[in-house]
Design a protein around this ligand. Sequence first.
Ligand SMILES: *Cc1c(COP(=O)(O)O)cnc(C)c1O
Length: 456
Amino acid sequence: MSTPQRRYDLPCTETPSAWYNIVADLPKPPPPPLDPRTGQPAGPELLAPIFPMALLQQEMSAEKWIDIPGAIIEAYNLYRPSPLIRATALEKALDTPARIYYKYEGVSPAGSHKPNTSIAQAYYNKQEGVTRISTETGAGQWGSALAYACSIFGIECMVYMVKVSFHQKPYRRSMMSTWGAECIPSPSNTTEVGRKILAEDPDCPGSLGIAISEALEDAVGREDTKYSLGSVLNHVLLHQTVIGLEAQKQMEMAGDEPDVVIGCHGGGSNYAGLVFPYIGDNITKGKDTRIVAVEPQACPTLTKGPLAYDYGDTAKMTPLMQMYTLGSGFIPPGIHAGGLRYHGAAPLTSHCISEGFSEAVAVPQLETFASAITFARSECIIPAPESAHAICAAVREANAAKEAGEERVILFNLSGHGHFDMAAYDAYLAGELTDHEHPEEAIGKSLETLPQVPGA
Ligand SMILES: *Cc1c(COP(=O)(O)O)cnc(C)c1O
């Protein structure tokens, strides 16, 4: 067996000093969020009760570069720049002429890319005097990333965790408690939304849409509390661009340039973080790097959902956003990539895909775990099941290169490690996992409830 190798490490002084805002380079601006009551573009005043002003300004910004405050860079420098690694052992295992690189975001204390935005969000909340933040979490990565960031800046943190994951991943909750946050299963009986859903279905496994509704209700109801979202919104995607900006410098150090850049896509933040700087170069420098978003077949938002205005949450409390969506009431099967079980997608990634700047592909659960195992047994890092979707697409690219007998340079985002997902690996290794058929019927039913836009 060969040892996996070749890191391209930037000195930590090279953590980017500005985030990249793709909005500045898009030929056609993405459509604005709408106030569901009027059908008119939603101004910052609609969201001011739940987000600090600095983040709302970033949300609406068309500036190409947004400076990263020193205190955030200092916090980033605990784990940034993250390594770029040439996957020589995986290449050997696949016997492919392709050269495969991955950017590894599992080196953060929370084990994923999510602290890139949780640190920034906690910082801006602190700046504006907020003392408590509420949020939702799916598989627990976002909740733990926010708990960690809140502990840096001395902010209370309240996390509503999707119930099925709360029970599948008890140690994510332990992590949040260790960092001083409170975490309860959603739907819960502490909010009106939660109580209503539990009254209709006491065994409801929960969904991100429901947990978002609960966290929003919590924030709206308290003077000291703002709300925080771990994906989907423009400012979150913006913060994640440190990934792609570093990767571009590191690929240069490696003397190589990717033909295809791949990210797994739940809400879209780790994908956007890696690919937006590359899409920017395609637009402004005339490059033609292929870009691929990968999602699970069990929750095929990008590949089966229409591009439509929809709510971001189940209780319909958010503004309407144009995105690929399976309907805000869609509850996907309990697959093991909890972070990819969202009914919608970021408006910005949706726009990039619908404008033809990126491909989108859906992969089945079993092939995904098979590629995770191949990766773990060659590159030695045990990937998060979410990240394994990107590996799956990278393996397909490597196999296609082999069949065509051509070189191909593949770069993907390894968004996190899978140390809290070992029950999923156990289930896979015991032959207990299955592929979920496309949930056509559930999708059709859910899409019937897409909102009418007033005046449209
Ligand atoms: C949350 C998460 C995802 C999915 O969220 P995105 O916003 O689509 O990035 C993917 N990978 C890991 C490791 C995660 O924690």
